[in-house]
Write a protein that binds this ligand. Structure first.
Ligand SMILES: Nc1ncnc2c1ncn2[C@@H]1O[C@H](COP(=O)(O)OP(=O)(O)OP(=O)(O)O)[C@@H](O)[C@H]1O
Length: 271
């Protein structure tokens, strides 16, 4: 599969197995520079694995991944990642956590402080600069994790269910926040989520994966301009896009009646 000239991320015939368990692919996926793609699919279909492969934390057992023209062979500071659990360094205050990647890059101290303060303000936690992570709520800690990932100005931001552990109201606040901070960065974004509404609210394209081993079964373009606000969720066009993604998800699963038939057949089998 030839690389698209505009692709920031190119997955070429990628597959992955853990031992004998095939969890992903083979699949191809191209993400354009600056595009925001959301991945949805049934639990266990390999979404997190796909993100870890792109991050270079795991090597694929088949195919290859190219980011900005260079094959992925390991982690790179140009690829920021946010996980479901904030994973902040517990012994560093929030400002130092956000500054961490900048210190690693050798950014001078004064500039690092200024950029960290700027990002803390952008995610509305400037007042918590001196707090330790353990004293923050889940939502606040996740704001800090987002600021930490964005402060080094990554070319690619990988978000693995970043709001999955939050209550629904905090989750909506965080979606609005991510939509807002996205205007400050030109990073390409890949978001893994279980939440179809979240995917549609944030992304430019939603990619639907099949049950394990995950393969691309549908792609839905999200035609709404940015910045988006909450009213969008109630618009007929949004509901229509939601219906399209949910239909693709439902179509990719074995139907309930098929499952019932196979269960009944297995119940009838001797032994
Ligand atoms: N390190 C590992 N060793 C063995 N099996 C693994 C490992 N990591 C993941 N798996 C298995 O691979 C499959 C895919 O896992 P993965 O976390 O990528 O799926 P997912 O789509 O992100 O799931 P969920 O939506 O539930 O988070 C699962 O069956 C999981 O148990």
């Amino acid at each position: 599969m030839p690389a698209s000239p505009l692709a920031a991320v190119d997955l070429r015939d990628v597959s992955h197995s853990f031992g004998t368990l095939g969890v992903l692919g083979p699949l191809g996926l191209s993400v354009a520079r600056g595009e925001f793609v959301a991945l949805v699919g049934p639990s266990g279909c390999g979404k997190s694995t796909l993100l870890r492969l792109v991050a270079g934390l795991v090597a694929p057992t088949g195919g290859g991944i190219v980011v900005d023209g260079t094959p992925v062979t390991g982690p790179d500071p140009k690829r920021g990642m946010v996980f479901q659990q904030p994973a902040l360094f517990p012994w560093l205050d929030i400002a130092a956590n956000v500054r961490f990647g900048l210190d690693e890059q050798g950014v001078p101290k004064a500039e690092g402080n200024r950029r960290a303060a700027d990002w803390l303000a952008a995610v509305d936690i400037a007042d918590f600069a001196k707090a330790l992570p353990a004293t923050l709520s889940g939502g606040m800690a996740q704001r800090a994790a987002l600021a930490r990932a964005l402060a080094p100005e990554p070319d690619l931001l990988l978000l693995d269910e970043p709001f999955g552990a939050l209550d629904s109201l905090t989750r909506r606040d965080m979606q609005a926040l991510l939509e807002r901070v996205r205007q400050r960065t030109s990073a390409t974004v890949i978001l893994v989520t279980h939440d179809v509404e979240e995917a549609l609210f944030l992304a430019d394209r939603v990619v639907v994966l099949s049950p394990r081993p995950g393969r691309v079964v549908a792609e839905v373009a999200v035609p709404f301009d940015h910045p988006r606000d909450d009213a969008l969720r109630l618009s007929p066009a949004f509901m229509e896009a939601r219906g399209a993604v949910e239909a693709a998800l439902a179509a990719s699963r074995p139907s309930a009646s098929q499952t019932d038939v196979s269960r009944r057949e297995s119940e009838l089998l001797p032994g």
